[in-house]
Design a protein around this ligand. Structure first.
Ligand code: PLP
Length: 456
């Protein structure tokens, strides 16, 4: 049921947060007492939706081996696993002949696809990507494109690179839907059109997009989509690669082993003869993670039922609040590739003049019970571009953390975030900037830690 928010005069009616695990967990503060933990690190891993947990718990007693057993629970589990595939295909609005492969994560999915590139395939990727999208490709096949400063520039740069490729053979573009650093949305539909116009395929890294926006494979016209369950409120070790069957079917299995093999025999000459499965099973060797797949499917259903329209409205309200709050603090610089007005999801990174990011994040945690992330967010080339000349990266009066390794602070939130967490973050930020931290910190293993730490 929609509720009214009272903190801003023009606040719209927004839906309440979706119930997540850990919403009542309290953590000790170094300054004494406790606070309800404010999880503002959804971009790294989001808390499990209560609904996902309940669905997993309801299934757990019926858990059985998938695709192997003749027993009733094995059949039930197999059915659940295959239904999860269908649910994910529906969530992503896949084409009828697309495949949904369950993996461990986005990283795993993109590595799987990297092993399925046809001979001579070139890969194009912007240097602004997460390392999971930058690194899986063979070094002699990949071209890194410079950081674009607008969505239009990104499309133009990709078109140029694809048109100029020599030889003009198979190509794959890998692009994120939303940046894990700035939260900015990328022009996926336009990039897909550019890729296809130049005879290339495109894979969408939806690790940050899928938890925040509906993803339609058909509408975006992407060839594959990868995402992680643990960022989609389903932290049970499963991820997804969904899309075109042809490259996947022609590739060697990602893992060799049972489940991927239809027939195995020993040849007369002592060698081994293997007939591999087609379809998703080809790349799912070993015992499948049925609980993980079920959890992902449950999250897909929960988000669909909650409705992205109201989830996005709520997230944008919180995002506006954070942005307006930080805009009033001259020491804070929010990082952006595409500019102030670029549309973005609830992920925002910033640097604070006079503070090492690690120190700022440690103080938010130790003194206010707020969990954010600091550093370079597995996107080193992007951070180097964004931090060039930024405050908060060199020696300062508030220095704590290894010099030269300082990065930014990232706050990220989603469907389970109460408004109070955002309010507390803004209040804490104002207090830290106004009065400094109330505790001592020192560098340990390159990170800033409170001394002494909170009483256990
Ligand atoms: N892509 C993006 C945009 C990400 O933000 C992340 C993780 O932060 C990944 C890929 C890798 O996801 P995972 O660690 O779940 O494989």
């Amino acid at each position: 049921m929609p509720v009214s928010v009272s903190s801003a005069a023009s606040a719209p009616a927004i839906c309440p947060p979706l119930p997540v695990l850990g919403r009542d967990v309290t953590v000790p503060l170094v300054t004494g007492g406790e606070a309800v933990y404010a999880a503002l690190d959804y971009a790294a891993s989001a808390p499990a939706l209560q609904r996902v947990w309940d669905d997993v718990a309801a299934y757990a007693p019926y858990y059985g081996s998938v695709h192997r057993g003749a027993g009733y629970l094995s059949q039930l589990s197999t059915d659940l696993f295959e239904k999860a595939r269908a649910t994910v295909a529906g969530f992503l609005d896949c084409r009828a002949d697309d495949q949904v492969v369950f993996t461990r994560s986005t990283t795993d999915s993109l590595n799987l696809l990297a092993g399925a590139l046809p001979a001579g395939c070139r890969v194009f990727v912007f240097e602004t990507e997460h390392h999971a999208a930058l690194l899986p490709w063979p070094e002699d096949a990949v071209t890194w494109l410079d950081a674009p400063r607008s969505p239009g520039e990104a499309v133009a740069a990709l078109e140029r690179a694809l048109a100029d490729r020599d030889p003009y053979g198979p190509a794959l573009v890998c692009v994120t839907g939303a940046s894990n650093v700035t939260g900015e949305l990328w022009p996926v539909r336009e990039l897909a059109a550019a890729a296809h116009a130049h005879g290339a395929r495109i894979v969408l890294d939806a690790a940050q997009l899928a938890p925040h926006r509906p993803v339609s494979v058909r509408d975006l016209d992407v060839d594959w989509v990868a995402f992680s369950g643990h960022k989609l409120y389903a932290p049970f070790g499963a991820g997804v690669l969904a899309g075109r069957a042809d490259w996947l079917g022609a590739a060697e299995p990602y893992l060799a082993g049972g489940g991927a093999s239809r027939r195995v025999a020993r040849r007369a000459d002592g060698g081994v003869e293997v007939e591999w499965h087609d379809g998703a099973a080809r790349h799912e060797a070993g015992s499948p993670n049925v609980i993980g797949a079920h959890a992902v499917a449950s999250a897909c259903q929960a988000l669909t039922e909650a409705g992205f329209e109201s989830l996005v409205a709520r997230e944008e309200y919180l995002l506006r609040k954070v942005r307006e709050g930080l805009a009033g603090l001259p020491q804070v610089r929010v990082l952006s590739l595409f500019g102030e007005d670029a549309p973005r999801v609830g992920v925002l990174s910033f640097v604070v003049d006079g503070w090492n990011g690690s120190h700022f994040a440690a103080a938010l945690s130790a003194e206010y019970g707020i969990g954010v992330r600091d550093g370079l967010f597995c996107a080193h080339p992007l951070l180097r571009t964004l931090l060039d000349g930024a405050a908060g990266t060199s020696g300062t009066s508030q220095e704590c953390g290894t010099p030269g390794t300082a990065g930014a602070v990232r706050v990220s939130f989603g469907a389970g975030t109460p408004e109070e967490h955002v309010d507390r973050f803004l209040r804490a930020t104002r207090e830290l900037l106004g009065n400094g931290s109330r505790w001592s910190y020192r560098t340990e293993g390159g990170r800033c830690v409170p001394v002494p730490g909170p009483a256990a």
